[in-house]
Ligand binder design. Structure first.
Ligand SMILES: C[S@@+](CC[C@H](N)C(=O)[O-])C[C@H]1O[C@@H](n2cnc3c(N)ncnc32)[C@H](O)[C@@H]1O
Length: 403
């Protein structure tokens, strides 16, 4: 919902905060939204304030998993959906700790990044065109015990000292639509960069699906950040914020393991399936570092079109890939796979499709099995140069012994 500044002032005042805690408790007990809403209104609350409380309560409930102080800070659903993951923001903030003078956090929203920067000891000026969001940011900074200065305005017009550092997180959604091209971001990335050409170091948050051939992507280091197995965000680093001459990098959050590419991607090497199937972490694949890893492991690609690797020897344990033991390679024919499964020991099965048109539902039907979760045996349907193959594999610890 669109919120006015005076409504935020009320929400972060004593009455609003007390009611927010109450509404959150009632929603935690599964009281229907409509009943809570009606009750608030019969107690004299106006319709907009009641809707605002429900929105903030829902945001608080959703934020709990990732924001340890969700019970104390105040968020709104639409702003939370756009906010940076706190662990990613904390990792990104590290690049700014040596910045001289204040860092300008442009498109600061409710402050996912500004708060992380301030907590890393950086002096922050947070800029956004949305005064209500900045008011929430100020409140949350006070709750956290950090200082963040705020300025309402268009980030393309904001004046700042030449040579200062800039962090920017332009909007990447329009309604429900995700904006893919940098020229469509809000504000467009080329306009943002043109207005801040003199910044000493710059980091711009991008979609993890960023097209590396996007004509508006500036020459710099594109970092892909992964939380758990999830590719979460990308950032393009420029000037002093770039890691030397790095072109791309992959970072695992929160522990911070990092791989860096400083030249063109290593050419892929293709080969027959070996004893092991190696799935590389998505951040490393997006940074086009998987063929580098393959070379280090003595592994090769199963297909030029896909990132799956295979090796004869068991690769050492690493956070950068997951290894499975290949039981058998079969043609892409459900009947053949079904016959093989009948002859094998009974294990839950999952299906993964790599670059094929294959419909997993049809495969489940033809195999005569219900879909099952990611434990036990996996059937990878892989597009290859000669058509495709079905790879059956199990978790590494079921393999017959060191390769
Ligand atoms: C992705 S959100 C920022 C999220 C923020 N980094 C966080 O973690 O909470 C994008 C923000 O850009 C702001 N914005 C979009 N266009 C703007 C412009 N031209 N000037 C200032 N702010 C703008 C929106 O109001 C929105 O809050």
């Amino acid at each position: 919902m669109d919120v006015e500044l005076d409504e935020i002032e009320w929400l972060i005042g004593p009455d609003g905060l007390a009611l927010l805690a109450e509404v959150t408790r009632r929603r935690d007990r599964d009281e229907p939204e409509l009943r809570v809403l009606e009750d608030l209104r019969t107690r004299g609350g106006d319709r907009r304030r009641a809707a605002l409380l429900l929105d903030a309560a829902e945001a608080r409930r959703r934020a709990r998993e990732r924001w340890p102080d969700a019970e104390r800070i105040v968020l709104l659903r639409s702003a939370l959906e756009q906010a940076s993951d706190p662990a990613v923001a904390a990792r990104r903030a590290r690049r700014f700790v040596d910045a001289a003078g204040p860092v300008y956090d442009l498109c600061a929203g409710i402050g996912g990044d500004s708060l992380a920067l301030a907590e890393a000891g950086v002096e922050v000026v947070a800029v956004d065109q949305d005064a209500a969001r900045l008011r929430l940011l100020e409140h949350n900074a006070r709750v956290r015990g950090v200082d963040v200065r705020t300025r309402v305005g268009d980030v393309r017009q904001i004046a700042r000292p030449a040579g200062s550092w800039v962090h920017a997180d332009p909007g990447r959604r329009q309604g429900d639509r995700r904006l893919r091209r940098l020229g469509e971001y809000q504000p467009p990335v080329p306009e943002l960069l043109a207005a801040h050409q003199d910044a000493h170091g710059v980091g711009v948050v991008l979609s993890p699906a960023v097209d590396l051939h996007d004509p508006d992507l500036p020459d710099g280091e594109v970092e892909f950040l992964q939380v758990g197995q999830q590719l979460t965000e990308a950032t393009v680093w420029l000037g002093a914020a770039r890691d030397g001459e790095a072109l791309a990098s992959a970072t695992l959050v929160p522990h911070g393991d990092r791989l860096v590419r400083r030249g063109p991607p290593v050419p892929p090497q293709l080969g027959d399936p070996g004893r092991y199937l190696v799935s590389v972490a998505p951040a490393a694949v997006r940074a086009r570092l998987h063929d580098d890893l393959a070379r280090q492991l003595g592994a090769r690609r199963l297909s030029l079109a896909r990132s799956l690797l295979t090796s004869d020897d068991r690769p050492p344990a690493s956070p950068w890939y997951r290894t499975r033991w290949i039981e058998v390679i079969l043609p892409l024919r459900p009947r053949v796979v079904k016959a093989w499964l009948r002859s094998a020991d009974e294990l839950p099965l999952e299906i993964a499709v790599h670059g094929l048109e294959a419909d997993p539902q049809r495969w489940w039907q033809e195999l005569g099995r219900p879909p099952r979760g990611p434990v036990g045996r996996r059937l990878d349907l892989v597009r290859t140069e000669s058509g495709g193959m079905a790879v059956l594999s199990t978790a590494e610890d079921r393999s017959p012994g060191p390769g």
